[in-house]
Design a protein around this ligand. Structure first.
Ligand SMILES: Cc1cc2nc3c(=O)[nH]c(=O)nc-3n(C[C@H](O)[C@H](O)[C@H](O)COP(=O)(O)OP(=O)(O)OC[C@H]3O[C@@H](n4cnc5c(N)ncnc54)[C@H](O)[C@@H]3O)c2cc1C
Length: 378
């Protein structure tokens, strides 16, 4: 066993952290407050090779491993969990093509993301079906040499800016998860109707919307795998993307810990820096312990992907533990800042709002526990 990062991983982590410190942190507060979509930053990060980390080298990608991807994502989330949500959504949307697409589809849909800056969306959730994803109602019907999509999606990250959508629907509602299929829809296809941008508690710079697909026609060759393969593709995607989402929580938690250490040494009460009070020390110790444990889980969940081993159970441990820890750590960071922590002039209230979402999307903390229990008891 070796817990050391390779020289290459150390360099890519430093590059991503430098980008987080110099480009993201200075604008994160303003982008959040005004809900500014970080398109310029997105493009800069893409130019540096920090975006679309899942694209294999044979299709023009950097050939990063899953472990490389979580190291990059943690560093970018250190800059801003909200901006990183926009970045990560590209991987979430491209992973089904990487994992479920054929060679032709990978060349057609992945390679353009390496030669030009492009944005993608993953469309699974619907207004009536979130956790119960197998119950989605969007239909995909055969019509000659096309598929016709009808239905409504909800909470779709990047939707207002996407060049490509990976859309899940069913070929037959009565088949439940066995009917679910995934198709690639290019932006500009007739019948795509974008909803309003959601006004969110946190991650306010990310673009989140509902989308309607009204008789949207796509060529037959845009289906990933066969009709009915969509559920397996979606579950494989989540096994790969949950470590990534967990790494975003980890980046936010690390930032909250660093800020807490810094502030507790500067702020004086009762004639000493508050870091001298044991109650503060214990909160900081707890934060450090959780950050370290979350990192070990995140790295193991990604490493299992790289070994080609099933990681469903560990990926759920990583996602739930990192996001629940991030919520606790950012809440404690506000506590350590006292009244100033409650003010928007200081960075920790935003961290607390941003942490909340990571317990919700890509499977809530409750759903992760259902997955863990299912894996443990089977
Ligand atoms: C900002 C944002 C961005 C998002 N981006 C995307 C995206 O890009 N693409 C996409 O497809 N989706 C996206 N989502 C959707 C997200 O994945 C869902 O919101 C999430 O899966 C929860 O679904 P829901 O909101 O319908 O909640 P529900 O499923 O209605 O859950 C409500 C509550 O019930 C609990 N619950 C539900 N079922 C059970 C059960 N069996 N046992 C115990 N508790 C249960 C949940 O844990 C939760 O606490 C996004 C969501 C948000 C808020």
């Amino acid at each position: 066993m070796d817990f050391q990062l390779t020289q290459e991983q150390i360099e890519i982590k430093e590059l991503a952290l430098k980008f987080a410190r110099n480009e993201m942190i200075p604008v994160a507060q303003e982008y959040d407050e005004k809900g500014i979509f970080p398109k310029e930053l997105f493009k800069k990060a893409w130019e540096l090779g920090l975006i679309n980390t899942c694209i294999p080298a044979e299709y023009g990608g950097a050939g990063f491993t899953s472990l490389d991807s979580v190291i990059i994502s943690e560093a970018l989330a250190y800059g801003c969990m909200g901006i990183n949500t926009s970045f990560m959504a590209n991987d979430l949307a491209l992973l089904p093509i990487v994992l479920g697409g054929n060679d032709e589809q990978k060349k057609k849909f992945l390679t353009p993301f390496t030669t030009d800056f492009k944005i993608a969306s993953f469309c699974l959730t619907e207004p009536g079906n979130g956790s119960d994803a197998a119950g989605i109602k969007t239909t995909i019907k055969e019509d000659g040499d096309h598929w016709v999509i009808n239905g409504e999606k909800m909470w779709i990250t990047n939707a207002g800016h996407a060049d490509l959508f990976v859309v899940y629907g069913t070929i037959d509602l009565s088949l439940k998860h066995k009917g679910i299929s995934a198709v690639v829809v290019e932006a500009g296809t007739e019948g795509i109707e974008l909803g309003k941008k959601e006004d969110k508690m946190g991650h306010r710079s990310s673009d989140t919307r509902g989308i309607r697909f009204n008789n949207v026609r796509v060529p037959k060759e845009n289906m990933l795998g066969k009709p009915g393969d969509g559920w397996t593709i979606a579950m494989n995607t989540l096994d790969h993307s949950r470590p990534l989402v967990a790494s975003s929580a980890l980046g936010g938690a690390q930032r909250a810990l660093d800020l807490s250490i810094q502030y507790s040494k500067e702020r004086t009460q009762f004639g000493v820096p508050i870091a001298k009070h044991q109650a503060i020390q214990f909160m900081i110790a707890e934060m450090g312990m959780k950050v370290e444990a979350a990192r070990l889980l995140v790295h193991k969940a990604a490493w299992l992907c790289d070994q080609g081993q099933k990681n469903t159970e560990i990926a759920s441990y990583a996602k739930a533990f990192a996001s629940d820890s991030c919520m606790q750590i950012t809440t404690d960071a506000v506590q350590i800042y006292g009244g100033y922590g409650y003010s928007k002039e200081y960075p920790v209230e935003k961290l607390m709002r941003d942490a909340k979402l990571i317990q919700i999307y890509e499977g809530t903390s409750q759903i992760q526990r259902l997955v863990m229990a299912r894996e443990l008891l089977k």
